[in-house]
Design a protein around this ligand. Structure first.
Ligand code: G6P
Length: 611
């Protein structure tokens, strides 16, 4: 949450900052702002999106070769012009942009008020910038020392960029708990919350670790810790193509990402599945494979869509590898004093690799001796750096706030892990292993088939775009898909939607069913097929509208349901990878027809780096 960018070098900073902010807007879009240093410090900021900022600066002086920019997801203080970043210290010496939360802000604020400081905004960030200035003036120290000392007083999370009018050829960057990447160019440096704004300028980056500070002058960069211990930076080469982070002819990133899924899944298993015979290789797990094979229990943690992928993982691991699995919201796990044993394996799932609750849950599990595996999409993000082992999903950058290809890529990784583990533990036969891996390899082509039917899904979206409530039902492997379908709809179209295990309908949601209630039933051919047919009959008996996702060739449900969307046949353990596609498309089309901002739904952010 919150995107931060910065530039120092020979070029004009404004265009670089602006295009960077546009790339980071998925992280938050409550307000946007920039600060440019050119003799004097100029701040332009306003409520709304980066496009509003762009209009706001028309006709203003945007020159300057040092600058910082911010796009905000509000935590402290409502989204308005005053609370927008950057924030400037009371005497105008320091300017800051910040991603994170200062938890002890009220104590620090009181101390500063006692020392004569006044505040304009309701943000915690303004307290930090004034604390830096107070230390700078009072201690007669350099800007760098003032920043580092101030950060030792802060409890909470931060990714910050700071400029100082009295040392104008410098940007100071620091992080703790919120991501920050420094791009190393030719006599120029770039800063951003993730690598996407940097890749068009340089492919050499340094990912800051917690408590790292980068002090960047025009032609020189120094890395140290907040406690002033020098660090030798690890410069990494970005393996990211600019085309991957552009819309590529699609109207929205979300649509592009839905259509990218065949390719994304192939990238997920590229180099990890060999043929004749089929075999799965997960290099990132080799060194902990014994732990995994002998695990007494697997606990899967995640948030949002990643948690839904985890639920699919539970069904997969229990069925194929016969290991008991629990799936937990990271936010609950970290605070409820869970029993974690040293032979537990924790699997943390996260697209961004930065979700604050998931990170905290991992730290807790590690402290208690468990082995932690990460399944993440963003290479170099915090979670892969914190876990003992991991498997990247390699789905490519996901920009649309509502997760789509990350989900199917996560489920692909979980499927590979469960198949491999089942084979190693001999809970599935060699023959079944071969069949399952081959089925997985065939999934991308089957998704292509579903995507070809997108026009039919659009027609159904037209019919139900004005619904106020929707119910999603599924059983077995398709229950998590019901949850994910409902989440997609509410996230981007603001229609209230609930996902339920189909059999639970009669314990409550059935009371809601009438002739106005669309009920999406995910009913591919599997062992609960007959049961879900009965559930459909129960809905129809109460005049509910049934839109069913069925396996191709289905004739029984076709007769009962108001509409059907077909998906190709697949082994039931892989059915989620297919059944979720029409639901993603349906939510997308409904949201577009309702005029919603699909890629940037209100109040949400892609990467939730605050708890
Ligand atoms: C936010 C995003 C969701 C995502 C969730 C978990 O809520 O809007 O799309 O599923 O965070 O994010 P992660 O990066 O940990 O998968």
């Amino acid at each position: 949450m919150c995107g931060i960018v910065g530039y120092i070098g020979p070029k004009q900073a404004y265009p670089i900052l602006l295009s960077g902010l546009k790339r980071l807007e998925y992280r938050g879009y409550d307000s946007a702002g920039i600060a440019l240093l050119n003799g004097k410090n100029r701040i332009y900021k306003c409520k709304g999106k980066v496009s509003d900022l762009e209009k706001y600066v028309i006709g203003k002086d945007i020159s300057g070769t040092v600058g910082i920019g911010h796009t905000r997801w509000a935590t402290h203080g409502e989204p308005n012009d005053v609370n927008a970043h950057p924030h400037v210290s009371m005497n105008g010496i320091f300017t800051i942009i910040h991603n994170g939360i200062i938890e002890n802000y009220s104590r620090l604020k009181k101390r500063l008020i006692d020392r004569g400081y006044t505040f304009k905004s309701d943000t915690d960030t303004e307290i930090l910038v004034n604390l830096i200035e107070y230390i700078y003036l009072k201690g007669q120290v350099s800007a760098e020392i003032a920043v580092r000392l101030a950060l030792t007083k802060v409890i909470g999370a931060f990714g910050i960029l700071v400029t100082c009018t009295e040392e104008p050829d410098m940007i100071i960057a620091a992080r703790k708990g919120s991501p920050l990447v420094v791009g190393v160019g030719d006599g120029e440096y770039f800063f951003a919350s993730d690598a996407t704004p940097i890749v068009e300028h340089t492919n050499r980056v340094v990912y800051l670790n917690d408590n790292d500070v980068a002090v960047v002058h025009r032609e020189e960069i120094t890395f140290k810790t907040i406690m002033n211990v020098k660090i030798t930076p690890k410069i990494q080469k970005l393996d990211l193509d600019i085309g991957e982070i552009e819309k590529g002819g699609f109207d929205h990133f979300m649509l592009k990402e839905i259509f990218e899924q065949p390719r994304a899944i192939e990238d997920t298993f590229r180099g990890r599945i060999s043929r004749n015979p089929f075999e799965i290789h997960l290099g990132g797990l080799y060194h902990i494979m014994d732990k995994l094979i002998n695990a007494k229990r697997i606990i899967i943690i995640g948030c949002g869509t990643s948690w839904h992928a985890g639920l699919v993982g539970e069904y997969l691991f229990e069925e194929l590898a016969r290991i008991p699995v629990e799936v937990e919201y990271a936010s609950e796990f970290r605070y409820r004093n869970p029993v974690i044993l040293s032979d537990d394996v924790i699997i943390a799932i996260s697209q961004s690799g930065e979700t604050a609750d998931t990170l905290a849950a991992i730290k807790l599990a590690k402290e208690q001796g468990a082995t932690v595996i990460g399944i993440c999409n963003v290479v170099g993000s915090s979670i892969p750096r914190l876990t003992h082992a991991g498997v990247y999903t390699h789905a490519g950058p996901e920009i649309g706030v509502a997760s789509t290809k990350a989900f199917t890529a996560q489920v692909t990784v979980l499927s590979m892990m469960a198949m491999l583990l089942g084979h190693e533990r001999k809970t599935i036969s060699d023959k079944n292993y071969q069949i399952l891996v081959e089925e997985l390899v065939n999934i991308p082509a089957k998704i292509e088939q579903i995507l070809k039917e997108s026009n039919k899904i659009k027609q159904i979206a037209e019919l139900y775009k004005n619904s106020n409530n929707c119910l999603y039902l599924g059983r077995g492997y398709l229950f998590p898909v019901a949850l994910e379908g409902a989440l997609k709809l509410k996230e981007i179209s603001y229609i209230h939607a609930e996902g339920y295990p189909a059999a639970e309908m009669k314990h409550g949601p059935i009371a809601l069913i009438d002739e106005h209630m669309p009920v999406f039933v995910i009913a591919a051919k599997d062992k609960s097929y007959d049961k879900i047919v009965s559930n459909i009959q129960e809905v129809k008996a109460r005049k509910g509208i049934v839109i069913a996702i069925v396996s191709e060739g289905d004739t029984v449900i076709r007769k009962l349901a108001d509409h059907v969307m077909e998906v190709p046949l697949a082994d039931e353990s892989l059915a989620p990878l297919l059944a979720v596609i029409p639901l993603q498309l349906l939510s997308y089309y409904i949201a577009v027809l309702r005029g919603c901002n699909v890629d940037q739904p209100r109040n949400l952010a892609k990467s939730v780096t605050v708890e």
